[in-house]
Design a binder for this molecule. Structure first.
Ligand code: PLP
Length: 337
């Protein structure tokens, strides 16, 4: 078992450009995100401020709310229409009171990839640590923690065809991060609890498999996406595309004018097509997600948002069927049927 865990750690470390003892297994992305942010509670640090963005996953946003209630300060950076954080906004918000900057690598609703190299560089100029929630990026695009100046990174296996309930955090050697979960001496004494061996090995195998075909998959999935968008654009329907070219391949967020995303989802479900609305209820209990709000999709389009994710097992034929059914569903709703 020790050998299996060690091989898994080595494999994962190599894939993201880390050293073995910089990879600590967690129960998933949520735990890794909690750990990165709550590390501010345990250190000797006199800095009491965190900077993040408005489009983070709730694993980050809700943890920030808890920290705010405990007296810490959190600055939420805005994003542009395509979900990009501006480096100069970050620079303006940074000072000697900021302990940690946490900006997600790629957004889970719209796929936008941030300029991590620039964001981490400016963070370091002010002596703060840079964390990225890379749950949506790892296994889909190449990530190199050293080259990109990342101090802390969260990842989750189920986002790259691995098992659920397992993930990891990368903690750069030398970064002083106290354990979130205390107890026994597993994981170099940094994360207590008996290891989820099957999960760890499964995660490593899944990441290796995804990584070995990464370039081909990215190319293939981008091709599917292109075909899909071409068909959608020829349809003459009124919709907006919620990202620009700098995004995770295969992750598409569209907002249709004057229809309900939820109804589209159900209509496609009846035809065996699984899409998402990308609109998990936000704190005001509306049907428009915090990400769609943050990027400023106009109200009459926002409620018609759907998220379509293509993967390596999809085919051109799937894409044509999905586009056809989606067009039919939108036209049906416009006609009141
Ligand atoms: N961060 C992002 C960007 C996600 O998409 C998710 C989704 O699962 C999480 C964090 C939470 O990860 P987990 O489900 O492994 O706890």
């Amino acid at each position: 078992i020790r050998r299996a865990i060690s091989e898994a750690r080595k494999n994962i470390a190599e894939i993201i450009g880390a050293e073995e003892d910089e990879i600590i297994f967690t129960s998933g992305g949520t735990e890794a995100d909690n750990w990165a942010l709550k590390s501010i509670l345990f250190g000797e640090n006199s800095r009491k401020r965190i900077i993040t963005s408005t489009i983070e996953h709730h694993a980050i946003l809700n943890t920030c709310s808890v920290l705010e209630k405990m007296g810490y300060e959190v600055i939420y950076l805005p994003v542009n229409r395509f979900g990009m954080v501006s480096t100069s906004d970050l620079e303006n918000a940074l000072d000697e009171n900021v302990a940690l900057v946490s900006i997600m690598y790629a957004n889970n609703e719209i796929g936008t990839i941030q300029n991590i190299v620039e964001l981490s560089a400016v963070t370091h100029r002010f002596g703060a640590l840079f964390h990225t929630d890379a749950v949506q990026a790892i296994g889909h695009i190449g990530v190199d923690v050293k080259k990109e100046g990342i101090d802390l990174l969260s990842a989750s296996a189920h986002k790259f065809n691995g098992p659920k309930g397992i993930g990891f955090i990368y903690i750069k050697a030398g970064a002083e991060i106290a354990p979130l979960i205390t107890g026994g001496s597993q994981e170099f004494g940094k994360r207590a609890g008996t290891e989820n061996v099957a999960g760890i090995v499964g995660m490593s195998v899944a990441l290796k498999e995804n990584f070995s075909g990464l370039k081909e998959n990215m190319y293939f999935v981008s091709g599917l996406e292109e075909t899909f968008l071409e068909i959608m654009q020829r349809s003459g329907l009124d919709f907006c595309i919620n990202a620009n070219a700098n995004k995770i391949p295969g992750n598409i967020s569209l907002s249709f004018f004057n229809v309900e995303g939820e109804v589209l989802l159900h209509r496609l479900d009846l035809r065996g097509i699984e899409i998402a609305t990308g609109s998990a209820c936000d704190s005001q209990n509306t049907r428009i997600s915090h990400v769609i709000r943050a990027i400023g999709v106009p109200e009459e389009y926002a409620k018609g948002t759907v998220r379509i994710s293509f993967g390596k097992d999809n085919t051109e034929e799937d894409v044509e069927i999905i586009a056809k059914e989606l067009i039919r569903a939108v036209k049906g709703l416009m006609g009141g049927r």
